[in-house]
Design a protein around this ligand. Structure first.
Ligand code: HPA
Length: 275
């Protein structure tokens, strides 16, 4: 039988977390592939395994730890997701709303979404960090498909300021302060797990895409629906298919993401400080 999603369903996860953790962060951070080590920097950590949270999902990707980590970053309470959920793992789009809806019930007001992405824009290079201005979702259903839960938001909802402009300004200021160069552009959502074809990447470039990845968009849409502000950051871990004359490998994606971890961490601390 198909699961019926209700506020009570998501409240079960949130109530469990509220009973385990005394912190009440307003900021949540989703850490992308190999960017999870930001969580090591948190102070006063409380770590909860996804598998212990009722009605939550489980990470199936190796480079995703599968833990919620509460703690303090730059003196502010935050909750980090080390490991996220993707459509390619076999989850339905409807299931992918879970973490963000649980965040909403925990009182989160600002969501920082990070990811590793392929560079479509030929001015980008491996290791660049791109501020997401907007996204292109050219395939797959919406995670908000199905009966609408009014307690979270309206049936039809506006996404013109989904990647919130005031947060983009904060990120620019924070990057400037800590001396990290910030690229900017549009993130293209591809469901994966295969990387894209060179023809697809060409098409995305013509349509205005700057980076491509298999995450983030489902979470951003869920946040926009329930009124959480979103900041999106992509670490360009490789140039997308066909940009360079070389095949793509997961090893390259992971190696670049790990090599850029220090720069990424510096930027994240500066952003949280400025929030
Ligand atoms: N394509 C899709 N997802 C990705 C890529 C890519 O090139 N790199 C990292 N995640």
């Amino acid at each position: 039988m198909k699961q019926e999603y209700t506020v009570e369903y998501f409240k079960k996860s949130a109530d469990f977390l509220l009973s385990k953790v005394s912190m009440r962060p307003k900021i949540a951070i989703v850490l992308g592939s190999c960017l999870g080590n930001l969580a090591d920097l948190l102070e006063d950590k409380v770590i909860i395994d996804y598998k212990d949270i009722p009605n939550f999902l489980i990470s199936t990707v190796e480079s995703h730890a599968g833990k919620l980590i509460f703690g303090k970053l730059a003196g502010k309470e935050v909750v980090c997701m080390s490991g996220r959920f993707h459509y390619y793992e076999g989850y339905d789009f409807e299931q992918l709303v879970t973490p963000v809806r649980v965040f909403k019930l925990l009182g989160i007001e600002t969501l920082i979404l990070t990811n590793a992405a392929g560079g479509i824009n030929k001015d980008f290079t491996n290791g660049d960090i791109m501020l997401i201005r907007d996204h292109l979702k050219l395939m797959g259903a919406s995670p908000l498909r199905g009966p609408n839960i009014k307690d979270f938001g309206p049936r039809f909802f506006d996404v013109t300021d989904m990647y919130t402009k005031t947060l983009q300004e904060t990120a620019r200021k924070a990057a400037n302060e800590c001396g990290v160069t910030l690229r900017e552009g549009n993130y293209v959502y591809a469901t994966g797990p295969q990387f894209e074809t060179p023809a697809e990447i060409n098409a995305y470039r013509i349509l205005g895409g700057d980076a491509v990845g298999m995450s983030t968009v489902t979470e951003a849409l869920t946040a926009a629906h329930c009124g959480i502000k979103v900041l999106g950051l992509s670490l360009i871990s490789n140039m997308a298919a066909g940009v360079l004359d070389a095949p793509l490998t997961t090893q390259e994606v992971d190696e670049t993401a790990c090599a850029s971890a220090a720069k990424f961490q510096k930027l994240m601390i500066s952003i949280v400080r400025n929030l």
